[in-house]
Design a binder for this molecule. Structure first.
Ligand code: ATP
Ligand code: MG
Length: 231
């Protein structure tokens, strides 16, 4: 029997500006099983970031529910949602969102420290994760001292360090030059291949999307299975 890590059931999102209500997307439904990978593609403004934020409990919906590990996140209060995010989710944002005043190593240690792990254990595990991304030598550098690709690799390490069941990635290589993006992507794909984590990857890059188990497209205000996947 399948055991979904993530379920989206009939999600609807609108934005209201003055008297106008704008639907970003509606009827968004899908399941993601343990270890499965899903790409979400769609043109700029189609609502990809909004959807990822909703899936991660960072934004609200007007209808429907998001279920993570069998638990509806709409039913949780803010503290419970924060706890769930810390324990079960990893995020890689469109822009790296690293804490500027902390070193790369400290940034990666943060989810572990917040989860109650000792400083020593957090440091050891964060270093291990940075090494897997070829960043072991740069642990003492602050984000401003790193290149764009290096920052995104630190952000990926931070998302994975907790060994979450689910990682949400919002165009993690979208702001990198082609060569750097290709390097980060091959590291990322290797990590995806060797982990039993489920991934949702938002991307503009059709080639990258095709490397995921499934690809869905935000189009005409809803999320559909990508036509190129149907044979
Ligand atoms: N806080 C907000 N208030 C009102 N409208 C918003 C808000 N945030 C996003 N939108 C609108 O919702 C739509 C979807 O935005 P979103 O950022 O999710 O798109 P996206 O697919 O991630 O785009 P991109 O590919 O450029 O990152 C856009 O039309 C945007 O203007
Ligand atoms: Mg976006």
């Amino acid at each position: 029997m399948s055991n979904p890590v993530l379920q989206a059931n009939g999600l609807l999102k609108t934005y209201t500006s003055g008297p106008q209500s704008v639907t970003v997307w509606k009827d968004v439904s899908f399941d993601l099983n343990a270890g499965e990978t899903l790409a979400i593609v769609g043109s700029s403004g189609s609502g990809k970031t909004t959807l990822l934020n909703v899936l991660g409990g960072l934004d609200t919906v007007d209808a429907g529910e998001v279920v993570i590990g069998g638990q509806s996140i709409q039913g949780l209060n803010e503290t419970q949602r924060t706890l769930l995010r810390n324990q079960q989710l990893g995020f890689v944002y469109q822009f790296h969102h690293l804490l500027p005043e902390f070193t790369a190593l400290e940034n990666v240690m943060m989810p572990l420290l917040l989860g109650g792990l000792s400083r020593k254990q957090s440091e050891a595990r964060a270093l291990e994760c940075l090494s897997a991304l070829g960043m072991a030598e740069r642990g003492q550098h602050k984000p401003a001292e790193l290149s764009g690709g290096e920052r995104q690799r630190v952000a990926i390490a931070r998302a994975l360090v907790n060994r979450p069941k689910l990682v949400l990635m919002d165009e993690p290589t979208g702001n990198l030059d082609q060569q750097t993006a290709a390097q980060v992507e091959s590291l990322m794909l290797e990590l995806i291949r060797t982990s039993d984590t489920a991934f949702v990857l938002v991307t503009h890059d059709e080639a990258l999307a095709s490397r995921m188990d499934r690809c869905m497209r935000l189009k005409d205000q809803t999320l559909i299975l990508d036509a190129s996947e149907v044979s």
